[in-house]
Design a protein around this ligand. Structure first.
Ligand SMILES: *[C@@H]1O[C@H](CO)[C@@H](O)[C@H](O)[C@H]1NC(C)=O
Ligand SMILES: *[C@@H]1O[C@H](CO)[C@@H](O)[C@H](O)[C@H]1NC(C)=O
Ligand SMILES: *[C@@H]1O[C@H](CO)[C@@H](O)[C@H](O)[C@H]1NC(C)=O
Ligand SMILES: *[C@@H]1O[C@H](CO)[C@@H](O)[C@H](O)[C@H]1NC(C)=O
Ligand SMILES: *[C@@H]1O[C@H](CO)[C@@H](O)[C@H](O)[C@H]1NC(C)=O
Ligand SMILES: *[C@@H]1O[C@H](CO)[C@@H](O)[C@H](O)[C@H]1NC(C)=O
Ligand SMILES: *[C@@H]1O[C@H](CO)[C@@H](O)[C@H](O)[C@H]1NC(C)=O
Ligand SMILES: *[C@@H]1O[C@H](CO)[C@@H](O)[C@H](O)[C@H]1NC(C)=O
Ligand SMILES: *[C@@H]1O[C@H](CO)[C@@H](O)[C@H](O)[C@H]1NC(C)=O
Ligand SMILES: *[C@@H]1O[C@H](CO)[C@@H](O)[C@H](O)[C@H]1NC(C)=O
Length: 447
């Protein structure tokens, strides 16, 4: 058991030390996905009714405003006659109809959620959140959405064979950066309770589409960086230069203070589009900076202060989340002003947790300015077998904000304990390489 634990942590170390920043799969949330469920509820002569549901099955990644925009391509010449709980952005060319015009005749309709407070007769259960879906951990009651529509059946639709792939459109997307959706797969029909669960009805046919996030596809440049400091050293290790963009690069707009820019800073008139970032000019050019300060050492405990600063003038981050990895999180004693939940994704290794804001208090990270930050202090029990202030052990291994990994300073720059200056050259060696060599030796020995 002990050996297994040690190897496990060594493996994590190697992965943390050497994986490139961007990959398509998140080891902290390996099953994370967004599932679109397509339930055919009823078939009439020339039309059928569909219930479409979206579920955000991601532990810590949510959908912020402007939210999801669901789109697909009809196989035949289907039209959407009517819709409740959502709406198509364009009606399109309905000139082939005369008296009664459909809701949308687009070949590739784009469906958006209704805004909160939509008329009662337009609502469905779970609708009308402006496309915002919480992560599963942050608010388990708000991770789903659904809407109903009546579809004018196309020539290709065969009502006597609802398992044929001609019954469902192709090429689903949710039009959010970084997500790609797979093909629709037929699954056992959904069942719906009625009469208080004494009777169950079921869909005529059910299909699932799974969409997966990749930070690499979302954007080639990171969106946040980490700076470090400790009570035992006056050096503040800043975010690495060019963490997100290089100063003066084309990729991002920057301003020295909001006061001059604010009249110019135009929020988008179209509520379905997100404003382009306008960040505070810095050497790292990131819209988000996370600072980890080792604040105090007590006999049995130590205290860390974590500050998240919004350097983006064009955005308030609602329902933000922070995922941090540090071996001592398994002995976390107290978290002030943030919510916390451990993420037990490595089996026996319990070194990662998610932190998020308290509702109505600091769950909104305001745009860059005097109030554009949130902070917490965490109290950790000093684990006798591993705790040390030496060799940067007290600093986090990995941090991500809203599910996107942040750029860390290189380990050899971490603030050092006074009198340990000579360890510099050995630092990286002992910190990363030796555990990995041990791990490789173990693998070879196993062969
Ligand atoms: C999507 O997430 C759900 C919930 O975690 C899981 O049951 C399902 O297997 C996942 N689907 C895929 C294709 O990974
Ligand atoms: C609209 O669709 C009809 C056929 O359905 C077509 O004849 C017409 O050219 C289309 N109009 C435009 C502007 O695309
Ligand atoms: C519809 O499907 C049934 C059963 O698969 C088949 O017998 C019938 O010929 C199909 N009709 C059309 C118009 O394709
Ligand atoms: C329905 O369509 C599917 C796929 O096109 C086909 O494999 C299946 O045999 C069809 N069922 C009937 C009853 O024809
Ligand atoms: C879906 O996308 C693929 C690849 O872009 C394309 O070949 C296919 O024709 C599309 N399907 C439909 C129904 O448009
Ligand atoms: C299909 O989606 C539903 C969403 O409620 C989920 O419960 C189910 O596990 C999914 N099935 C597959 C095979 O992914
Ligand atoms: C911000 O200030 C720096 C130094 O004070 C200056 O070099 C830079 O041009 C300024 N940037 C903008 C966008 O005003
Ligand atoms: C952020 O929120 C504040 C207060 O609610 C508001 O005044 C400001 O306009 C918002 N900024 C953006 C960019 O939406
Ligand atoms: C991880 O730590 C949390 C408390 O921080 C605890 O509730 C949980 O049981 C631990 N999990 C394991 C696998 O040790
Ligand atoms: C503080 O840490 C830096 C490395 O970031 C090191 O160069 C410096 O010598 C340390 N200061 C003291 C007083 O040890």
């Amino acid at each position: 058991m002990g050996l297994f634990l040690m190897l496990g942590s060594i493996m994590t170390w190697c992965l943390v030390g050497f994986t490139p920043l961007a990959y398509g799969y998140d080891p902290l949330d390996p099953n994370g996905n967004i599932t679109i469920k397509w339930d055919i509820m009823q078939i009439q002569d020339s039309s059928y009714n569909v219930k479409v549901s979206l579920f955000n099955y991601q532990l810590f990644r949510h959908m912020e405003p402007p939210g999801w925009r669901l789109s697909w391509t009809w196989i035949g010449d289907e039209v959407i006659w009517s819709m409740v709980g959502a709406e198509a952005t364009l009606q399109g060319n309905c000139s082939r109809f005369r008296n009664n015009l459909p809701h949308s005749c687009e070949k590739q309709p784009v469906i958006v959620d209704l805004l909160p407070g939509a008329p009662y007769n337009m609502q469905t259960a779970n609708c009308c959140k402006g496309g915002v879906l919480s992560s599963m951990i942050q608010d388990p009651s708000k991770y789903g959405a659904s809407f109903l529509m009546s579809v004018g059946a196309a020539s290709t639709f065969n009502a006597s064979n609802t398992t044929s792939s001609d019954t469902i459109p192709a090429n689903f997307t949710i039009e959010l950066p970084g997500y790609t959706c797979g093909p629709p797969l037929i699954v056992p029909p959904s069942r719906f309770p009625s009469d208080g669960g004494r009777r169950w009805t079921q869909a005529i046919g059910t299909w699932n589409v799974t969409c997966i996030y990749s930070q690499f596809r979302a954007s080639l440049s990171p969106k946040c960086c980490v700076s470090l400091s400790a009570f035992y050293n006056s050096t503040i290790v800043p975010c690495p230069i060019c963490s997100c963009h290089c100063p003066g690069s084309e990729g991002v707009r920057c301003a020295n203070s909001s006061s001059k820019m604010l009249p110019v800073l135009q929020l988008p008139h179209d509520v379905t589009k997100e404003a382009r970032p306008l960040v505070s000019c810095s050497r790292h050019m990131c819209p988000i900076k996370v600072h980890w300060h080792v604040k105090q050492s007590y006999r049995e405990y130590w205290r860390v202060k974590v500050t998240i600063t919004n350097l983006n003038f064009a955005k308030n981050y609602s329902q933000w989340s922070l995922v941090m990895q540090h071996p001592n999180l398994r002995s976390l004693t107290q978290v002030f002003s943030f919510n916390y939940k451990p993420l037990d994704q490595h089996g026996p290794i319990n070194d990662t947790g998610i932190f998020w804001g308290i509702q109505y208090y600091n769950d909104m990270l305001l745009q860059s300015g005097d109030e554009g930050y949130v902070q917490t202090e965490i109290l950790l029990n000093k684990d006798a077998e591993m705790f040390t202030f030496r060799e940067g052990w007290a600093f986090p291994r990995k941090i991500s904000f809203n599910g996107d990994e942040c750029v860390m300073p290189p380990p050899e720059d971490y603030p050092k304990l006074p009198n340990s200056a000579n360890t510099t050259s050995f630092f990286k060696f002992t910190f990363w390489i030796i555990p990995c060599l041990l791990f490789l030796m173990f693998i070879l020995w196993q062969l």
